[in-house]
Write a protein that binds this ligand. Structure first.
Ligand SMILES: C[S@@+](CC[C@H](N)C(=O)[O-])C[C@H]1O[C@@H](n2cnc3c(N)ncnc32)[C@H](O)[C@@H]1O
Length: 257
C-alpha cells in the first residue's frame, strides 16, 4: 500500500524535551478517556499493557490505577519520561520511538496511544510495529480527533490557525482505519465519545499561556498573542463558553489465527 510519510510544512514534530516542564505543569490525564479504554480493553489479571507516547504518564497512571494489569510506558522524550518516573516510580518506562520498539513480538495484550498519532512521522511503520508487539488476539486503541472534532475545539475559536495546523498533522480517521486493514488488523472500528464539556476557566488560560497544546507552537506569535488577549478578555468579562470535547477511539485486533 502507498502510505505517506508526513513532509508537509506544518508537520515537523515539536521537541517534547524542551516542552516537558510546561506540559507537566498544565496538562492532566482524562479519567473519562481511561474509562472508555478500560471498558473496551477487557483485560485479565496480569495482562500486559503498553502506553505508547505516554509523555509525563498522566494517562498511564490513571490507567494503571484502575486495572489489575502490568502497564508499561514508552516515549521518545527523555525529559517527558523523567516527569513520568517521578510521578509513578512503580511503573516501567522505556525511552524509544514507537517505530522501532525493543520488545519481542507477541508481547502485549493491549496497546493504547492518547493524543500521539499526530506526532508520528510514519503511520504505516508505527502501526506495523504495534502489530508486531501485540499478542495474537490483542487489541490496539488510538485515541485521536477527527477533522470535525478539531474544528469544534475552544482553541480553534481563539487561535483559528491551529485548525489548519492540525488538519495537516492529524491523520484522518478513515486513513488510520485503511492503514490498519492493510497491515492485517481485523475488527477495525471507530467510536466517537463525548467527554465532559470544556469550559473557559483560569485553567484553560494557564494551558494556553504556557503553550500547553503543541499546535500553539506552530502559529505565528502575533496570532498567538491576539488569541491570548481574547482569552483573557473573555475570562474577565465572565463569558460562559462551553465546548463539547469529542474524541474518536479507533480500535482494532491482531487476528488470533
Ligand atoms: C501530546 S503528548 C501526549 C502524552 C500522553 N499520551 C498524554 O495523553 O498525556 C505526545 C507524546 O508523544 C511522544 N512522541 C512523539 N513522537 C513519538 C514517537 N515517534 N515515539 C514515541 N513517542 C513519541 C512525545 O514525546 C510526547 O510525549
Amino acid at each position: 500500500m502507498n502510505h505517506r510519510r508526513r513532509n508537509n510544512v506544518h508537520w515537523h514534530s515539536v521537541d517534547y524535551d524542551e516542552l516537558s516542564e510546561e506540559y507537566d505543569q498544565v496538562r492532566s490525564g482524562s479519567p473519562e478517556m481511561i474509562r472508555h479504554l478500560v471498558r473496551g480493553a477487557s483485560l485479565r489479571p496480569g495482562s500486559l499493557v503498553l502506553d505508547i507516547g505516554c509523555g509525563t504518564a498522566n494517562n498511564t497512571v490513571l490507567f494503571a490505577e484502575v486495572v489489575d494489569a502490568i502497564v508499561v510506558g514508552v516515549d521518545l522524550s527523555g525529559q517527558m519520561l523523567a516527569k513520568a518516573h517521578g510521578k509513578a516510580p512503580g511503573l516501567d518506562f522505556i525511552q524509544s520511538s514507537v517505530e522501532s520498539l525493543s520488545f519481542p513480538g507477541d508481547t502485549f495484550d493491549f496497546v493504547f496511544m492518547t493524543d500521539v498519532i499526530h506526532h508520528i512521522a510514519d503511520l504505516y511503520s508505527t502501526l506495523s510495529e504495534v502489530h508486531r508487539v501485540l499478542n495474537r488476539g490483542g487489541l490496539i486503541c488510538i485515541v485521536t480527533q477527527s477533522r470535525k472534532q478539531i474544528e469544534e475545539r475552544m482553541t480553534s475559536k481563539f487561535f483559528p490557525s491551529t485548525v489548519a495546523v492540525d488538519m495537516a498533522r492529524y491523520a484522518g480517521i478513515s486513513e488510520i482505519e485503511k492503514v490498519m486493514v492493510s497491515i492485517g488488523y481485523t475488527n477495525v472500528c471507530s467510536r466517537e465519545h463525548t467527554l465532559a464539556p470544556f469550559r473557559l476557566t483560569p485553567d484553560y488560560l494557564a494551558i494556553v499561556e504556557k503553550k500547553g497544546y503543541s499546535s500553539l507552537h506552530k502559529i505565528n506569535e502575533e496570532e498567538f498573542q491576539k488569541g491570548l488577549q481574547a482569552v483573557r478578555a473573555a475570562l474577565s468579562r465572565g463569558d460562559e463558553l462551553r465546548f463539547l470535547t469529542k474524541y474518536t477511539f479507533v480500535w482494532a485486533t491482531k487476528t488470533a489465527s
